[in-house]
Ligand binder design. Sequence first.
Ligand code: FES
Ligand code: FES
Length: 151
Amino acid sequence: MPHLSLTVNGDKHELEVPANRTLFALIREDLGLVGTKDACRQGVCGSCTVLVDGVPMRSCLALAVRCQGTHITTVEGLKADGKLSRLQQEFINAGAVQCGYCTPGMLIMATALLAENPRPTETQVREALIGNLCRCTGYVRVVRAVMAAAS
Ligand code: FES
Ligand code: FES
């Protein structure tokens, strides 16, 4: 089996992984980081999104072996000093979490947006999240939370 070395949420990992193992399976099943969710496993819903070297990636479509040497951030890695990030707190404040299944992917995408563009317009927020599907919120509160985090 291929040997894989990568860093997840600041922790270095050395693993033997099958060549066909997805990054999603590695994160959840091998590393036990179950915050990352899957809904479609087809690259459609965005709920499995993680950051790979700061770039959002759908982990259900990514092969783990292609992530050799990368730095990965999952929703668990958004906390700093044991506290929720500003964005996470604004999701709570805005009531943007209902069933919560889409929330990790939304948080990861919005984190990437704010890193690149700390003062996005509402249109830019909506465009950034267009590939993250939510069946519960109607998106209004999600967008409100991201705008609040950017304020
Ligand atoms: Fe990966 Fe839906 S589970 S995009
Ligand atoms: Fe339920 Fe988005 S909060 S799918």
